[in-house]
Design a protein around this ligand. Structure first.
Ligand code: ZN
Length: 96
């Protein structure tokens, strides 16, 4: 029954390479808010380098925050501008 065992192992490997189902999005926001410890930051950064979904999410949030900070320094952005930026960056990330 070795073939059965092999089949099972292959299935498990396939599952583990599925889109990211890790729970690091919470720590991602903690880090972006500047509330994470140095250890947590390093951990997530190491993960992001290997995990594309998390990297894209991080990249998106950083871009939004930078844009907002620049805008906030001058004027408060309307909420729909925020949504517009999110959609734009998301569509760029997907098409690439
Ligand atoms: Zn991830």
């Amino acid at each position: 029954m070795t073939s059965d065992k092999n089949f099972h192992e292959k299935n498990e490997m396939k599952q583990s390479s599925d889109p990211c189902n890790c729970c690091c999005l919470d720590s991602l926001y903690t880090i972006l808010d500047g509330e994470a410890s140095e250890e947590n930051t390093e951990e997530l950064m190491a993960h992001i380098e290997k995990c594309l979904p998390c990297y894209q999410q991080y990249d998106l949030e950083v871009a939004i925050r930078e844009l907002l900070q620049t805008r906030l320094a001058k004027k408060c952005p309307p909420q729909d501008l925020l949504d517009c930026i999110r959609e734009k960056i998301a569509s760029i990330t997907i098409t690439q």
